[in-house]
Design a protein around this ligand. Structure first.
Ligand SMILES: [Zn+2]
Length: 99
């Protein structure tokens, strides 16, 4: 039997499990070249990436493609998540309104 634990607080999950599915996709054409792309010093950035690869052992590719995430949440964290899905600092923005 599969065992789930909450991805936020780590508590073990029973039948009351909530699944969060997130998808992040570009709202623009990621293949479209911009002036910045053309002006960028690609040799330098490749060298930086190679250096980073040596340091971290992983390649930090520029990724503008779609990404999807899936999280399991307990009822408590689900309540917190639906109130504030993104870690915004709402306390500092008293004029922010949800329309
Ligand atoms: Zn939780």
């Amino acid at each position: 039997m599969l065992h789930f634990s909450c991805d936020l607080c780590g508590c073990p999950l029973n039948d009351q499990r909530y699944v969060v599915k997130l998808e992040v996709a570009p709202a623009f054409d990621p293949d479209e070249l911009t002036v910045q792309d053309l002006e960028a010093d690609h040799l330098t950035s490749v060298a930086d990436e190679l250096h980073e690869l040596e340091l971290n052992g992983e390649y930090a590719a520029v990724d503008s493609g779609a990404k999807s995430f899936r999280f399991d949440l307990c009822p408590r964290c689900r309540d917190k998540f639906v109130k504030d899905p993104l870690p915004r600092e709402t306390a500092r923005r008293p004029n922010f309104s949800q329309n």
